[in-house]
Design a protein around this ligand. Structure first.
Ligand code: AMP
Ligand code: ZN
Length: 139
């Protein structure tokens, strides 16, 4: 548990949360300021600030929970779809420095956008630049 981490405090029961799912390694609870009804956060119980700080086992456990919960959240609020996302780092909008996956129920005509709407101006990359980036990631 990390000092002053609000999500660690929810895991420890020191502050309340509306828990919807729990295993030895994962907790899921309703977002306190939901973007849509049913907005749920899935977190590893062990503190990790960024995805890169998460163990492979914890990452697998979190995704297993996301896989199980996404259809449950969708049907619980009678949604049409779910946007699943992680703000990984402050430049991406992460405000709580404990890894969390957002499950945001989506409804036809809800006025929201796709994941493609989150980035800024799109870069105009040549084939050579795309090749170089792919090589760097694959390395
Ligand atoms: P992010 O910007 O990705 O770090 O998202 C943090 C999310 O945590 C926001 O959607 C907040 O509404 C939510 N949040 C903050 N504090 C709490 C809390 N005590 N219980 C539940 N959700 C919270
Ligand atoms: Zn934490």
């Amino acid at each position: 548990m990390a000092d002053d981490c609000i999500f660690c405090k929810i895991v420890a029961g020191e502050i309340p949360g509306r828990t919807v799912y729990e295993t030895d390694s994962v907790l899921a609870f309703l977002d306190a300021n939901p973007l849509a009804s049913g907005h749920t956060l899935v977190i590893p119980k062990a503190h990790a600030e960024r995805l890169d700080d998460l163990s492979a086992g914890a990452a697998a456990d979190v995704f297993a929970a996301v896989h199980e919960l996404t259809p449950r959240v969708e049907s619980a609020v009678d949604a049409d779809a779910v946007t699943v996302g992680i703000n990984d780092g402050s430049a991406a909008g992460q405000e709580v420095p404990h890894v969390h996956v957002h499950l945001v129920p989506r409804f036809e005509g809800d006025g929201g956008g796709p994941i493609h709407a989150v980035a800024g101006e799109r870069p105009d990359l040549s084939d050579a630049e795309l090749d170089a980036i792919a090589a760097d990631i694959a390395e």
